[in-house]
Design a protein. Structure first.
Length: 148
């Protein structure tokens, strides 16, 4: 069963996609079967993988990348069938915690063994992240999480 890492923040431009792509590539290069689920409708991770170097070209491993910008897609990608085929699933979350993106964020929170909240070093960014940090605490406190 895969270890699920969700990279989330309700703000855009804080480095979620950069962290997700680098983290998933690091796991893949350590011989972990890795899936990067791009839950951001911008598709940054999908575009990165689609235009980036190939494994054959560089002789280095890269993660499998799929789109997952609906709550149903997150449920499917974090279900037993998919997580049984991978060692690590990294979810590149969408901005927002309300309505459409919010359902994706909540789905990622429920599935995650680890949640990373990248934050830019400014008061406004810290303030904007506080609601999501509280949601993470509420959603994950009663559960026992696995380590990788």
């Amino acid at each position: 069963m895969a270890y699920v890492i969700a990279v989330l923040n309700q703000k855009g431009g804080v480095g979620k996609s950069t962290l997700s792509t680098n983290l998933s590539t690091a796991y893949a290069r350590r011989d972990r079967k890795t899936l990067l689920a791009d839950a951001d409708s911008q598709g940054t991770a999908r575009n990165w993988r689609g235009t980036g170097p190939s494994t054959e070209e560089h002789g280095k491993a890269f993660p499998d990348v799929v789109g997952a910008d609906t709550a149903e897609a997150i449920d499917t990608l974090t279900g037993d069938e998919i997580t049984g085929a991978f060692d690590v699933v990294v979810i590149d979350g969408p901005p927002g915690v309300t309505e459409g993106p919010g359902e994706v964020t909540v789905g990622a929170l429920k599935a995650a063994d680890l949640v990373l909240l990248p934050v830019r070093p400014s008061g406004a960014d810290l303030w904007a992240t506080s609601d999501l940090a509280e949601l993470v605490t509420t959603r994950q406190a009663p559960q026992t999480r696995r380590s990788l």
